[in-house]
Design a binder for this molecule. Structure first.
Ligand code: BGC
Length: 268
């Protein structure tokens, strides 16, 4: 891969494992300096930062912050400004699941998922747009004033029993992303989402780690393989680069066809 993002500064939230980690690595490979936001596991995050800066000769900084807390988000952006000078790319990736039957779901389970998955994306996107506007367009770096990539889910459109808080948060991400995209397009700020299907990460390990679970999962995946974090990372690099300069307000499904109503492969 060429260094398409040379000189750009990227913030990836929830980047110490899973999809976020793969995106942080690909950002480095593409030549961007990267802030690796994480919430727990200082050693893992610092080690990843060391590996990225060594492998790709970019700056990589691990920064601990809870994206659902405004003051922590502010402090993270301040540090990014102080150490990297600007922000060109935000990848709103931090997310979690707190699954429960709907009538047993606690308010805490509801609020935690909405707080991280939706409010966290709002707080980071708001701060990124404030920064983009202060900075202006730097033509030699990118045609856009800034790029935001929201990591949503197939569950922004596929209802999900037992995961109502999660599906509601991702449905919220979809309308937030599209409405913000509409609001800031005239500034040349692009806002898009990636909607992963089943990807091999810790969040859904129960769905793929045994042969039986994997077989059941494949009934939902026409392409008949689980996604890898790199499948999402490559899409994120594309959405962050000028290769997608005319793309904004789009939900890009990277899901092996999960959205194709696989139950209708036969019959109907
Ligand atoms: C969820 C995973 C799930 C996948 C497909 C993702 O958004 O986090 O747990 O396997 O959607 O259902």
């Amino acid at each position: 891969m060429t260094r398409k993002l040379e000189g750009q500064k990227a913030l990836v939230t929830g980047a110490s494992s899973g999809i976020g980690k793969a995106i942080a690595i690909e950002m480095g490979r593409a030549g961007a300096d990267v802030v690796i936001n994480y919430l727990s596991g200082d050693d893992k995050a610092n080690q990843l930062a060391g590996e990225i800066s060594q492998s790709f000769q970019v700056k990589a900084i691990a920064h601990k912050a809870d994206v659902s807390r405004d003051s922590e988000v502010q402090a993270m952006f301040e540090r990014m400004r102080a150490e990297l000078g600007r922000i060109d790319i935000l990848v709103n990736n931090a997310g979690l699941q707190k699954d429960a039957a709907f009538d047993e779901m606690t308010l805490e389970q509801w609020n935690t998922v909405i707080g991280v998955n939706l409010t966290g994306q709002f707080l980071c996107a708001r701060e990124a747009i404030r920064s983009f506007k202060r900075q202006g367009i730097l033509e030699q770096i990118s045609r856009a004033m800034g790029k935001i990539v929201c990591i949503s889910s197939v569950h922004e459109v596929i209802p999900w029993a037992g995961h109502v808080n999660y599906a509601a948060s991702k449905g919220g991400v979809m309308m937030m992303m599209k409405s913000v995209a509409q609001e800031v397009a005239h500034l040349r700020i692009r806002v898009n989402s990636i909607c992963p299907g089943a990807i091999r990460t810790p969040i859904n390990h129960e769905a793929w780690e045994t042969a039986g679970a994997y077989e059941t999962l494949m009934k939902l995946v026409p392409y008949k393989r689980i996604g890898e974090p790199e499948d999402i990372a490559r899409a994120a690099i594309w959405l962050a680069s000028d290769d997608s300069d005319y793309v904004t307000g789009v939900s890009l499904f990277v899901d092996g066809g999960m959205l194709l109503y696989p139950g209708f492969e036969s019959g109907g």
